[in-house]
Ligand binder design. Structure first.
Ligand code: ASC
Length: 150
């Protein structure tokens, strides 16, 4: 029984990831979705940034909550960068599709740094949080430099 359930979960997970491009009826829908996901990510990342920069006092609980949201959000935008979504209201550079492996690597780097950031935030140690925040911000920036138009 347990095995059957696990198999069903595995099949649905596979189906969800393979059907990613089918989630969007039109390129505009994919563009709107990924912008929305990245906007929410930036809002929560920014709340941590204020603490990392000392503009707001470090609050371990808030840092951990925001980092957890960023971890979850960090999984979402990439499925919305499918073929044919390079047109319209977007700052996405053609390099996303021309150098797709490099883009995927950058997206994975950001996700991995976010996980480390959440772990650091959970320790409640401000220094660890700041170091992990800085590494994550670096992942945001390098992907933007290569793949987002000004
Ligand atoms: C943010 C935000 C970004 C990144 C980037 C990091 O808070 O909105 O896009 O950090 O500026 O370098």
């Amino acid at each position: 029984m347990k095995k059957t359930i696990l198999t069903l979960i595995a099949i649905s997970a596979t189906f969800i990831s393979f059907s990613a491009s089918a989630q969007f009826a039109k390129p505009e829908d994919a563009i709107k979705y990924r912008k929305a996901a990245l906007t929410v990510t930036a809002a929560h990342f920014g709340r941590m940034g204020a603490m990392a920069q000392g503009k707001v006092a470090f609050d371990a609980k808030s840092a951990a909550e925001n980092a957890e949201i960023v971890v979850n959000m960090s999984k979402l935008p990439w499925a919305a960068f499918g073929e044919g979504t390079d047109v319209g209201e977007t700052k996405a550079k053609p390099e996303i599709w021309k150098q797709n492996a490099k883009f995927k690597e950058a997206a994975e780097k950001f996700q991995a740094e976010s996980v480390k950031l959440a772990a650091a935030a959970k320790t409640g140690k401000e220094d660890a949080f700041k170091a992990a925040f800085s590494a994550t911000a670096g992942a945001c920036k390098s992907c933007h430099d290569d793949f987002r138009a000004k």
